[in-house]
Write a protein that binds this ligand. Structure first.
Ligand SMILES: C[S@@+](CC[C@H](N)C(=O)[O-])C[C@H]1O[C@@H](n2cnc3c(N)ncnc32)[C@H](O)[C@@H]1O
Length: 380
């Protein structure tokens, strides 16, 4: 059965247990941005993602429904509203704002203070665009809600789902809340970070023609906890675009998050378009978005590549050029996996005194039967 959000399968947050409610409140009141996984997206990157998902002023945006699951201080939301108002004025010059726009946006934020400040900024933006204050306040109430995106009921489907979900490791999520997430989200697996069930829920409410555009850490594309989400995408979605944003200033603060942008749809899976580490500058990103979205990719294109199959059940995604993937496939066919020949593969050694314990195998002054051969590798 196609994977869709049923309005019945998520009780509203008032019907969760008092312990879960208390845990949500604890996070919602936490002034520390780290505890809420708050990292804010640079404006150029926000505009790039909106371009990639087709949320462009030349489209009748007031006829689409857009979801932003964790709007923070509004980096996506305010840009979205500006585009929406421009498109609405162009397409509906005599329109009535409340009639035409009430259904255009749904946006959620957990943190009370961010919610309050961003609501004020939204009202301010609507008023400065010429809407009267009653209309501006009513629209903000229809559009914005305060709560936990993973437990808040949502009405209907969305043509556009965009955002930068929070990053919270499972050990930092209060236990009753973590249990509630594990109970509801099949991708909340192993040591999955909270952005994983966020993507699951964002995908679940995507309409047939919808586009999801998300910026977040790329770790789940290869690691163990990302397996169930990769499987879900391989089975029911199309990974349309991937942009590696590692070492680019994608966020307002410097974070060690290996960011990537992915655009995912419900279309039949075809080739994935890939771009690597673009210059974060408006003109360059506008051009790149045009190439990534072009109906046919020019053979001369140097900025963008196409890979025939990236998603394959829960397999890690190989997002390198086709030559590199071909090399990996050839090596896989010619040699056994390291673990099949009794090698242990880990993320590093933790001896506590590497200078004493790691050295040239032959000359290391330790009994032979105590020595283990070790190979280390650092990616370029
Ligand atoms: C990474 S920030 C992104 C903010 C904004 N969308 C942007 O891109 O700049 C994540 C936001 O998610 C909020 N948040 C954390 N947990 C949440 C939850 N369970 N439901 C909704 N929002 C949540 C945080 O307070 C924070 O504002």
């Amino acid at each position: 059965m196609p994977f869709r959000q049923l309005s019945l399968d998520l009780p509203n947050s008032h019907s969760v247990s008092p312990q879960v409610q208390a845990a949500i409140e604890q996070l919602a009141c936490n002034p520390q941005a780290d505890a809420r996984g708050a990292i804010f997206t640079r404006q150029e990157v926000v505009e790039f993602i909106l371009d990639l998902v087709g949320y462009r002023e030349e489209q009748p945006l007031h006829t689409m429904r857009l979801l932003e699951p964790s709007f923070g201080r509004g980096d996506f939301l305010l840009a979205i509203i500006k585009r929406l108002l421009k498109a609405w004025r162009a397409f509906q010059s005599n329109g009535v704002a409340l009639d035409d726009l009430s259904d255009a946006i749904r946006a959620v934020e957990l943190h009370h203070t961010s919610f309050k400040h961003t609501t004020a900024a939204v009202i301010n933006l609507l008023e400065s665009d010429g809407l009267d204050s009653k209309t501006a306040t009513t629209l903000s109430k229809r559009w914005l809600s305060q709560g936990d995106f993973l437990l808040t009921p949502l009405d209907g489907e969305f043509e556009v789902v965009v955002g930068n979900p929070p990053y919270i490791r499972p050990e930092l999520i209060p236990a009753p809340l973590l249990a509630a997430y594990r109970n509801r989200y099949r991708t909340m697996f192993d040591r999955a970070d909270i952005y994983i069930p966020f993507i699951e829920r964002m995908l679940s409410v995507l309409s047939n023609q919808g586009h999801l555009g998300v910026i977040c850490s790329d770790r789940w594309m290869k690691n163990r906890y990302g397996g169930p989400l990769r499987r879900l995408i391989a089975e029911q979605f199309h990974l349309k675009i991937y942009v590696d944003m590692v070492d680019t200033p994608a966020f307002h603060s410097e974070v060690v998050a290996y960011p990537a942008i992915t655009v995912i749809t419900r279309e039949k899976a075809e080739a994935t378009r890939l771009a690597y580490r673009p210059t974060v500058e408006t003109r360059a990103l506008t051009q790149l978005a045009d190439v990534l979205r072009a109906p046919v990719l020019s053979k001369e294109s140097t900025m963008v590549q196409e890979l025939a199959t990236v998603t394959d059940a829960a397999q890690p995604w190989l997002l390198k050029s086709s030559e590199q993937v071909a090399l990996i496939r050839r090596l896989e066919q010619s040699f056994p996996a390291l673990e099949a020949v009794e090698c242990k593969v880990g993320i590093g050694v933790a001896t506590g005194a590497d200078q004493a314990f790691i050295g040239d195998f032959e000359t290391l002054d330790v009994e032979g039967d105590r020595k283990l051969p070790l190979v280390t590798f650092s990616p370029a």
